[in-house]
Design a binder for this molecule. Structure first.
Ligand SMILES: Cc1cc2nc3c(=O)[nH]c(=O)nc-3n(C[C@H](O)[C@H](O)[C@H](O)COP(=O)(O)O)c2cc1C
Length: 185
């Protein structure tokens, strides 16, 4: 297996990270890989926001609220939720908000969104090449635009990428390749 193939197949969405900082060099390499993603008309629509200390605090509060909402939806009682909320949430070693600059033409906007997804995959794989795992969080709720001071008419949040050295090895699987491939005459 080529090292690229191995990198692609071994990358896992990760939720728990070691208490170890991710260096600026690793982040820089990941961002460098991201900006080399394919993009139609060279729009280079991706933008990367690296949250500072104040924003990191706000993000932490956001994810605590998100967890409470998820638990409520899954039928946990208020007491159970309150108990869980008392457990301090671990810090995420590094986070990058990725958004796409919205093109006024819906077709181009669609392409630019796709290009930004490619940039994220590049970013995550480059980080993983340095041993840094990642998790892609959908982050496109109106309150998140407000949080980052982004205008949803001008920008499209594609994800919040959380990064860090993984605490445990994670497994995943895919359905067999033949389920996805068809060959035409
Ligand atoms: C567009 C997109 C949005 C995602 N949003 C979330 C999310 O909000 N929360 C989450 O836990 N995982 C999210 N993921 C990660 C997927 O759940 C994950 O890729 C999937 O479970 C497969 O696992 P793997 O990445 O380890 O192969 C997202 C992935 C993509 C591509």
């Amino acid at each position: 297996m080529s090292s690229l193939q191995e990198l692609i197949t071994s990358r896992r969405t990760t939720f728990q990270f070691q208490d170890r900082a991710v260096s600026d060099e690793v982040i820089e390499r990941a961002l460098e890989a991201a900006r080399w993603a394919p993009n139609h008309k060279m729009t280079q629509p991706w933008r990367f926001v690296i949250p500072g200390p104040e924003m990191i605090g706000k993000l932490k509060a956001h994810f605590v609220r998100r967890l409470a909402t998820k638990m409520a939806a899954r039928g946990y009682s208020e007491t159970e939720i309150a108990e869980r909320m008392r457990v301090p949430q671990p810090d995420i070693p590094a986070q990058i908000l990725v958004y796409s600059v919205r093109n006024a033409d819906p077709y181009r906007a669609h392409e630019d969104y796709a290009a930004t997804c490619c940039a994220i995959q590049n970013l995550m794989l480059a980080a993983w090449a340095d041993g840094v795992a990642s998790g892609w969080k959908s982050f496109d709720q109106p309150e998140n635009y407000e949080l980052f001071g982004l205008d949803p008419e001008q920008t499209q949040i594609v994800g919040l990428i959380q990064l860090g050295y993984p605490l445990q090895e994670r497994q995943s699987k895919r359905r067999p390749l033949e389920e996805f491939v068809e060959r035409t005459r």
